[in-house]
Write a protein that binds this ligand. Sequence first.
Ligand code: ADP
Ligand code: GLC
Length: 471
Amino acid sequence: MEIIHVSAECYPVAKAGGLGDVVGALPKYQTKMGHNAKVIMPMYKTKFLYKHEWLVDFKGRANLGSWWFDFTIIKEKHNLLGFDLYLVDINGLLDREKIYGYDDDPQRFTAFQICVLTWLSHWQHKPDVVHCHDHHTGLIPFMMKYCYPFSMLASVPSVITIHNAQYQGWMGWDKSYFIPAWDSWKAGMLEWKGTINPLASGIKCAWKVTTVSWSYLQELRVNSNGLEALFEYEKGKCVGILNGIDDDVWDPATDTYLNHNYSVETVTEGKEANKKILCDRFNLDADKPLIIFIGRLVGEKAADVLPDAIMSSMYAFPKQVNFLILGSGETHVEWQLSQLTHSFAGNYNVMIGYDEKLSHTMYAGADFLLMPSRVEPCGLNQMYSMKYGTVPMVRSTGGLIDTVKDMGEWQGWGIRFNHASVGDITHSVWRAIEVYKDGTHFNWMRQHMMQIDNSWENSVQQYLNIYQSLQ
Ligand code: ADP
Ligand code: GLC
């Protein structure tokens, strides 16, 4: 099958979070299974762009209302990622340092989607499916069905995967003229609660909707930032498919970011060597358990609870545990986390920023990974940590429910708790300290979770079944 993935992120081209990881891996595994998967995304100013060779695939002209612009679609020359990668270059609009966070994001992503469909409508043949990811590509199913210039694509199935329903891409109706000539009787297919809502539109218009875990799909019907009734209404076309992890990138035995590689057999020594690197660099106590947090410092991840929860744990269990944080996000959380270094030097440290190499060393060198997320559609961190023998400490929500079994259960290997609260986190830290002391059991947990199969193969087949059902 020929599958077109449309996304704002794709690792290693541009990544802000898990969406990038997924779009960098899913098409690769689809290609490995004999399909022709392609990814098309905006051309940002990234290192990847300047380091690789590109061919011009298409040159076109499009408009956002009365503003006409030229665009170019370039293709990576050597198929380095294991699938065809295309970038859309719109001078001045997409070619910026950051992926998101500009005032004109609605214009940027609407223009991107228009370019993608203009490109596809010039093909001599039609792809088998257009697979959209999150709200940045949510207008595509609508435009394929109801925009006159793209009417030749109306018979092509579209699928949208929801990685995160918190962000929906809301736009005022004053921006409706950005969308190329469309059937105005279909305004309701763009709208949710008084505004144009690209994510809601994607859910209404795509032929099939997927979410990145089963439990998240259930949650969306009661908690989805205003879309609850829509998920309830459309439940018949929604399916949960758990993400996988890309073993080419995330395997402690071959990970090129690690100074000390290890396998299930050598996990104890391997993790000890990586832990030493972290403890030396961040002035931590290598004899005590090391709990890490890696992620965006935002409310969804319950990052605002971290400073108090860490302080409470440090007072409850003085010098018995270390914390190391890597992340960036809300300024006041960054500041509070930085302040704690003064009080707990020797057992606590933080690195504000984004650092891919450090994140790999942390998954490898830590004993526990904390994820108190309020919302976690799938979560990749806990799957990476399991693969690296690092015990996940997670709040029972979304994909964390589907991937982590509490150590209190038969053959469980993780720590689960119910509330993103200081009390629940401090209690989980106590459980972590206690199980760490029981070397034999702790080692069993590490080895057990490293062997859990969270690879893409199974999920890829589920996506293929969906595409097939739409033909
Ligand atoms: P989300 O996409 O909601 O941020 P996921 O758990 O799906 O959460 O994926 C997060 C991804 O981003 C993981 O690959 C994680 O290692 C990475 N990541 C998040 N923050 C950082 C950071 N500050 N430095 C390096 N990697 C990070
Ligand atoms: C989103 C979610 C995260 C998920 C990722 C990849 O960013 O917040 O839980 O793992 O997408 O699907």
